[in-house]
Design a protein around this ligand. Structure first.
Ligand code: PLP
Length: 387
């Protein structure tokens, strides 16, 4: 028989994260700090709206772009947070999670051979989506000494005549880094100078721990017209399983993205959209409550890791810490593997996020403080033995 599989698909890398969790499942008493998923349940008032939609028989397709009431609520929320307004009729597209949004944004803009710049360590999906869109991935290696921020120098060095898009993700998975307004302004100057498009994944925008609010590149002058803004409900409202996200962009882009979205998904889940309206309109107190809990855990982890002698960049956003384990002279994969075997504790090797993650592991703190305490005890024992 012929090989029926598309060559591009055959060459896609499987997520290194999943492989680790299959390994970890072999132990009954495993503590796994691997998954990037809130440990909180979806707030009850949000769940109720989903249940109510089903009870009322509101189970038909919505418009391809999503319910207008939801698009309006999204536009209002973005205006409140960034002072930028998107027209809900033409510039907002509701997607089946942030994951679909990333795929649609890239497939709608990349032509074969276009270079897409992205920063590593990176959320695993970008590379696959760039490859599936026939783009040429151009990674920028972020450095711990730059606080894992993208610097203007690094961006300039990555740009060629074939560059078309920069994918940004701040607050960042896996490092927990953020970019401040001044950082974004310096990047925007270069983007405008080289006539590039930005796809900004701001799915962790509600989870930042500085006194200042999250800064978005869309509010830097000149950037709204050359940016695709992506966000979603999974992280902020603890709604991973509802599969709800969105894209906002000028209508000349959104109208094209709508075609790709329509071809592959048609429309996001109607039930989830009803729940999403409730979340975005009335969920701020839930976000604040969860953010406070994450912040407490973040402080505890950074302190514990440093106390056991692991240098740890202080994350300012998302729910991950990214300690440096290079002192032990083994790969991050070997470190993580031995940690599972010796202590039944699972973390993610930094290399799951690209080669520049070598020397680091990612620990998620979307887990209860009790679990984190036990985990830190196990990690301290492990490190003691390695020394
Ligand atoms: N972007 C980043 C940076 C993420 O970490 C994730 C999930 O882990 C997503 C996008 C996708 O989220 P979802 O598809 O659940 O909205």
């Amino acid at each position: 028989m012929r090989n029926f599989i598309n060559e591009k698909v055959q060459n896609l890398q499987e997520s290194g994260i999943r492989r680790f969790f299959e390994l970890a499942n072999a132990y009954d008493d495993i503590i796994s700090l691997g998954v990037g998923e809130p440990d909180f349940p979806t707030p009850w008032h949000v769940r109720d709206e989903g249940i109510y939609a089903i009870q009322q028989g509101k189970t038909y397709y919505t418009s391809n772009a999503g319910m207008l009431e939801l698009r309006q609520a999204i536009a209002d929320e973005i205006k409140k947070k960034t002072d930028i307004y998107y027209d809900p009729n033409t510039e907002v597209l509701v997607t089946s999670g942030g994951s679909e949004a990333i795929d649609v944004a890239l497939r709608s803009t990349v032509s074969p051979g276009d270079e897409v710049i992205y920063c590593i360590p990176a959320y695993v999906t970008y590379l696959s989506c760039i490859q599936l869109a026939d783009g040429v991935p151009v990674p920028i290696h972020l450095k711990e000494e730059d606080n894992f921020r993208l610097t203007p120098e690094a961006l300039r060095a990555a740009i060629t005549p074939k560059s078309k898009i920069l994918v940004l993700n701040y607050p960042n998975n896996p490092t927990g880094a953020i970019m401040e307004r001044e950082d974004l302004e310096a990047i925007a100057d270069i983007i405008i100078e080289h006539d590039l498009l930005v796809i900004t994944d701001e799915i962790y925008s509600e989870l930042t721990y500085l006194d200042k609010p999250h800064a978005s590149i869309i509010s830097v002058p000149g950037m709204r017209e050359r940016t695709i803004y992506m966000n979603g409900f999974s992280k902020a409202y603890a709604m991973t399983g509802w599969r709800l996200g969105y894209l906002c962009a000028p209508d000349y882009i959104t109208s094209q993205m709508a075609k790709v979205h329509q071809a592959s998904i048609m429309a996001a889940s109607t039930i989830s959209q009803f729940a999403g309206i409730e979340a975005i309109k009335n969920g701020q107190a839930d976000i604040d409550h969860m953010r406070d809990a994450y912040n407490q855990r973040r402080r505890y982890l950074v302190l514990s890791l440093r106390e056991m002698g692991l240098p740890c960049f202080e994350p300012q956003g998302a729910f991950y810490v990214f300690p440096n384990i290079s002192q032990f002279g083994m790969t991050s994969e070997a470190f993580s593997m031995r940690l599972i075997e010796d202590q039944h504790l699972a973390v993610v090797p930094g290399t799951a996020f690209g080669v520049s993650g070598e020397g680091f592991v990612r620990i998620s703190y979307a887990y209860s403080i009790n679990q984190l305490r036990t985990a830190m005890g196990r990690l301290a024992d492990f490190i003691e033995k390695l020394r």
